[in-house]
Design a protein. Structure first.
Length: 497
RNA sequence: GGCGCAUUCGUCUAGUGGUUAGGACGCAAGGUUCUCAACCUUGAAACAGGAGUUCAAUUCUCCUAUGCGCUGCCA
């Protein structure tokens, strides 16, 4: 039997990092075992589901490179089947109509209300005391026919227990007395989550359910539904949660953009880097290594390597330099400076394009220059954004000067105003404007002026690139070229700031 | 409240009945006679607590604590 797994997000917001990781693990598992990775959008909660959210999920998956097999399944399209299934269970006496009027509880206070209700019933097991549970068939039918609204609940046995072997958490058992008669169909005819999931997973032929640990206890309910339907439940593997730095739940509302996948795309992350980071948040191959290509992740991935304890996504609010997890930031930099240049180039191209710095010549007559330059400056960049911000001076004459760099490296040495302009003239005479030749000229010039090389170099760096950090100045001169180097050395713009 | 799950450096993690408890990020110090958030070297930094089993426990068992999850006509 071929293995089929699915990623089943509900489109009630953008794709967040926790869900992204679930998708990734499903994908890796499917590719590892040669199975299928399917996508199902769980949009049964019409009130909260949005098309925009669905789009964001699709974009996110595409960005991470998680291509799914077969057609997307929209759960809402199967609502009729879910209803029929509920009625089938009703027919078979495995479910019953509950005529209890619906209780309106606002979404906001729901968690507290549940806890409060539970406290009031403290010490009690779930009582099978719903008056409609054992209503005669005739009376139930009659009341339904008369138009009285009802929900359909699963009739959970009085005694016994469910169990399943979770691939991550091991044997799980739950006494029936801990499981109430769950609602399958709302009184407005709307199928509920547990029913919909089970029906769709059966329909899609899902063999392994890999999902967040928040569903661990729900699984028992779902197994009850499988049993009522006479179907074999799939294998389950529950994933540890990804927590906020305070070890609380990662929430879109509370933590905002830092938990959204698209944030990372927009912040200049290399997809492979973020994917790599995500893979290691809750799973490890058991070796002392951090960098894994997608192929390696697929090869090494196993359900056994998934951890049982939750992981903290260690972002820092209000700290621009550490705005997200340091390791993610580091990994992105690592990818930028070590990934094959040919893989990086398209990413840089799209960044430069969106910053309006892209020129077609970079893929034509200036191809070699462009590639060398990217290769030079990528060494100390952290995100793709750096190519258009810190690296702007390489692609445009219109670049900003960092005031701190100007003060420290230029204005602190007033002589530089004269010197750099003189250096420009000296450059005019250099025939072969290459690293070694430039070095000769600059060294000679430095000695003549009786100053330190650093003064000249740092001053030139501030003037030519606008920033205080960057590659070796000789390489910068060379890559900017003779003409641009001279022009910028003579420029007075920075001095007049 | 009940039920469930978890607990190794600040964070991500490796690991074992006997180890100097390893790696990575971050942090600190030093180096790199042009900078640097890059690079190199070094350093500080952990087995939640208590019992028990054992010659020996971070590792096995139990208890406690803490955190998280579920407990809904949400998903």
């Amino acid at each position: 039997m071929s293995i089929r797994v699915r990623f089943a997000p509900s489109p009630t917001g953008y794709l967040h990092v926790g869900a992204s990781r679930s998708a990734l693990y499903n994908y890796l598992y499917a590719r590892k075992v040669g199975g299928k990775f399917l996508l199902r959008i769980e949009d049964t909660d019409l009130a909260r589901s949005t098309e925009e959210s669905t789009r964001s999920i699709l974009e996110g998956l595409e960005w991470l490179g998680l291509d799914y097999d077969e057609e997307i399944v929209f759960q809402s399209a199967n609502a009729e089947k879910h209803r029929q299934t509920a009625y089938k269970l009703l027919e078979e006496g495995k479910a019953y109509r509950d005529f209890t009027p619906k209780e309106e509880v606002s979404d906001k206070n729901i968690k507290e209300a549940i806890a409060e209700r539970a406290r009031q019933h403290q010490g009690e097991k779930i009582m099978r005391d719903n008056p409609y549970r054992d209503l005669s068939r005739e009376e139930s039918d009659a009341r339904a026919e008369s138009g009285e609204p009802f929900a359909i609940r699963l009739k959970v046995s009085e005694t016994g227990k469910t169990n399943f072997e979770d691939a991550v958490y091991g044997l799980q058992e739950r006494d029936y007395s801990e499981i109430e008669d769950l609602v399958l169909l709302r009184s407005d005819g709307h199928p509920l989550y547990n029913l919909a999931v089970v029906c769709d997973d059966i329909e899609m032929g899902i063999t392994h359910v890999i999902r967040g640990q928040d569903h661990l206890t729900n699984t028992h309910k779902q197994i009850l539904i499988y049993e009522a339907l006479g179907k074999q439940p799939p294998k389950f593997a529950h994933l540890p949660l990804i927590l906020a730095p305070n070890k609380g739940k990662l929430s879109k509302r509370k933590h905002g953009e830092v938990v959204s996948l698209t944030t990372y795309r927009d912040a200049g992350f290399v997809p492979a880097a973020f994917r790599n980071f995500l893979a290691l948040l809750g799973w490890s191959a058991g070796e002392e290594r951090e960098i894994y290509s997608l192929e390696e992740l697929i090869e090494k991935f196993s359900l056994e390597g998934i951890h049982r304890s939750n992981a903290v996504f260690n972002f820092h609010e209000n700290d621009p330099r550490h705005w997200t997890d340091d390791k993610a930031l580091w990994m992105n930099a690592e990818y930028i400076r070590t990934m094959p240049l040919e893989d990086l180039l398209p990413l840089v191209k799209s960044e430069l394009k969106s910053a309006k710095l892209w020129r077609e010549e970079y893929e034509d007559e200036d191809k070699e220059w462009f590639e060398d330059t990217i290769n030079l400056i990528r060494q100390r960049f952290f995100t793709l954004k750096d190519f258009s911000s810190q690296g702007r001076a390489y692609f445009s004459e219109d670049y900003d000067f960092d005031p701190a760099a100007i003060d420290k490296n230029l204005k602190k040495h007033p002589d530089l105003r004269q010197w750099l302009s003189e250096l420009a003239e000296r450059f005019e005479t250099v025939e072969d404007f290459t690293h070694d030749e430039i070095e000769k000229v600059v060294k000679e010039f430095t000695e003549e002026k009786g100053t330190k090389l650093g003064v000249i170099m740092n001053g030139a760096r501030a003037l030519l690139t606008g920033v205080a950090v960057g590659p070796s100045m000789l390489a910068v001169f060379e890559t900017l070229g003779k003409e641009r180097s001279i022009r910028r050395l003579k420029s007075q713009i920075a001095w007049n700031m």
